[in-house]
Design a protein around this ligand. Structure first.
Ligand code: HSE
Length: 419
C-alpha cells in the first residue's frame, strides 16, 4: 500500500481523489500496489464530502505522517505551493503536480532538490491537461534533435474562441462557460492574456531543447483584442484564429512567442476546437508528430496526475535527469523573435480607401493582398495580408501607416501562422 496526500482540493485535486477511488482496482494492477489517499489538505471545509474524515487544514498532519510517500500538489500558484513542494521533496517524498506556474518558475530548483533527495518531481499534468506530452517528449522522442514546437496550449482560450466563432457568443459569455466547466484559472487573466500558454511553451521548450527556458523572456500576447469581425476576416482568408504557443531552435539560438494567429484551415491545428489542445513537435528523426486531447478540466488533468503517481509507485528510482541547467544562475538568453519573418493580417479603417490602399502599398510593398467583408458594418474598412517581413519591420511599418494621415485607424493586426 502506498499512501498519498493531496494538497489542494480544487478542480484537479478532487478529480485525483475520485479517479484513485473509482479506478482503484486497475490502478493497483498497473502500479503493483494499492494507492490510498490518506490526507487531503485544504483551507476550506467540505462537510458533505464522502472523504470528509481525510481533510485537514494543518500541513503538519501531512508532513509528520511518515507513512505518506507521495504528495500531490494541486494548490496552484507559486506561494504556499512552492513551500510545500520544497518541504515534501526535502523530507524524501515524491511530488506530483499540475502546477505549470510553479514548474515554469522554479522547475530547475525543484528538480535539483528532488535529485538531491532521491525522489521524483513529476508534472505531466502541467501542460496539455490530459494529453500525454511531457513523457513522450522526454522519453519517446528522446532520440530526436527537437527543432520546434507549435501548439494550442490553453483550453480556456480555445473554448472561448470556438464559442465565439461557432455560436457567435460574446467574449464574456464564453469566458463564463469556461469558468463553469472548470477550465479557467482562479484568475482567468492568466488564460486570456496568454501567460498560461506562455508558461506551458516554456516548460515544453525546456524539455525539448535541454535548457531552462524562462517564460518571463517570451513575448506574449493574449486574445482580448480578438473580435467576431476578426473571425469573419479569418474565414474569408480560409483561416481560423487560435492562440498559439511557438518555439524554435535554430543555429542562432532558441526563440519563442505566444500570440493569436491566423491558422490556415488546411493545417491540423485549425481543427482543434473547444477545450481541446494540440501540440505539434518537430524532430529531425520523426519529422513532425501531433499530440491532441482535452487540454483542461477536472478528470483529463487528474488523469495525467494519477498516471504520474502510478509511474512513481512502479518506478520510484527513475529520476528526471535534470538538464534544465541555468547557466551558472544566469537565464538562457533567447533569440529575439522580432527578427523572424512572418506574414501579418491587418485591419484598416479609412474614409478614403483608395488613398489608404496607396499608403499600405507604399509601406508594405507589392505582395499585399486586400480583402473586404460583405457586411455593412465593415463598409468603412478593409483588411490586408502583407508579404513575409520581420516582426520589428512590420511593427515599424504599422506605426508609419498610422502616422501617415492616410488611414483613420489600424483596428487590429494578427500574425499568420506558417507550418
Ligand atoms: N486554465 C488552463 C487552461 C487549465 O485553460 O488550459 C489547464 O492547464
Amino acid at each position: 500500500m502506498v499512501n498519498v496526500s493531496v494538497l489542494g482540493y480544487g478542480v484537479v485535486g478532487s478529480g485525483v481523489v475520485d479517479i484513485l477511488k473509482k479506478n482503484g482496482k486497475s490502478i493497483k494492477t498497473r502500479a503493483g500496489e494499492d494507492i490510498k489517499v490518506k490526507r487531503i489538505l485544504d483551507i476550506r471545509d467540505f462537510p458533505e464530502s464522502e472523504y470528509k474524515e481525510l481533510f485537514t487544514k494543518n500541513a503538519d498532519d501531512v508532513f509528520n505522517d511518515e507513512s505518506i510517500k507521495i504528495v500531490v500538489e494541486t494548490i496552484g500558484g507559486i506561494g504556499i505551493a512552492y513551500e510545500y513542494t520544497k518541504r515534501a521533496l526535502k523530507s524524501g517524498r515524491h511530488v506530483v503536480t499540475s502546477n505549470k506556474e510553479l514548474v515554469a518558475t522554479h522547475g530547475p530548483e525543484l528538480l535539483k532538490i528532488a535529485q538531491e533527495n532521491n525522489v521524483r518531481y513529476l508534472f505531466e499534468a502541467s501542460v496539455g491537461g490530459g494529453i500525454p506530452i511531457i513523457r513522450p517528449l522526454r522519453q519517446c522522442l528522446a532520440a530526436n534533435m527537437i527543432t520546434g514546437i507549435t501548439g494550442i496550449l490553453n483550453g480556456t482560450t480555445n473554448y472561448i474562441l470556438t464559442r465565439m466563432k461557432k455560436d457567435g457568443m460574446d467574449f464574456d459569455e464564453a469566458l463564463k462557460g469556461a469558468q463553469k466547466n472548470g477550465y479557467a484559472e482562479a484568475d482567468p487573466t492568466a488564460d486570456i492574456e496568454g501567460h498560461d500558454a506562455c508558461r506551458k511553451i516554456a516548460i515544453l521548450s525546456s524539455i525539448a531543447y535541454n535548457e531552462f527556458v524562462n517564460y518571463k523572456n517570451i513575448p506574449t500576447e493574449g486574445i482580448k483584442n480578438i473580435s467576431l469581425t476578426d473571425m469573419k476576416y479569418a474565414d474569408a482568408l480560409n483561416c481560423t484564429i487560435k492562440l498559439i504557443g511557438h518555439s524554435r531552435k535554430t543555429k542562432d539560438g532558441i526563440y519563442a512567442w505566444v500570440s493569436p494567429a491566423m491558422v490556415g484551415k488546411d493545417m491540423p491545428l485549425a481543427g482543434v476546437n473547444d477545450v481541446f489542445n494540440a501540440i505539434v513537435v518537430y524532430g529531425d528523426a520523426i519529422g513532425e508528430a501531433m499530440f491532441y486531447g482535452p487540454g483542461a478540466g477536472k478528470f483529463p488533468t487528474a488523469s495525467a496526475v494519477v498516471a504520474d503517481i502510478i509511474d512513481i509507485v512502479s518506478h520510484p528510482e527513475d529520476g528526471f535527469k535534470n538538464n534544465w541547467q541555468d547557466h551558472n544562475g544566469n537565464t538562457l538568453e533567447l533569440t529575439d523573435p522580432s527578427g523572424i519573418a512572418a506574414k501579418y493580417f491587418v485591419r484598416v479603417k479609412s474614409t478614403d480607401q483608395k488613398e489608404a490602399k496607396r499608403a499600405v502599398l507604399a509601406e508594405f510593398g507589392e505582395d499585399v493582398k486586400y480583402l473586404r467583408l460583405p457586411d455593412s458594418e465593415t463598409e468603412d474598412e478593409f483588411g490586408f495580408v502583407c508579404g513575409k517581413m520581420p516582426e520589428r519591420q512590420f511593427a515599424l511599418s504599422v506605426e508609419r501607416l498610422k502616422k501617415s494621415g492616410k488611414v483613420d485607424e489600424v483596428v487590429n493586426k494578427i500574425r499568420v501562422l506558417e507550418g
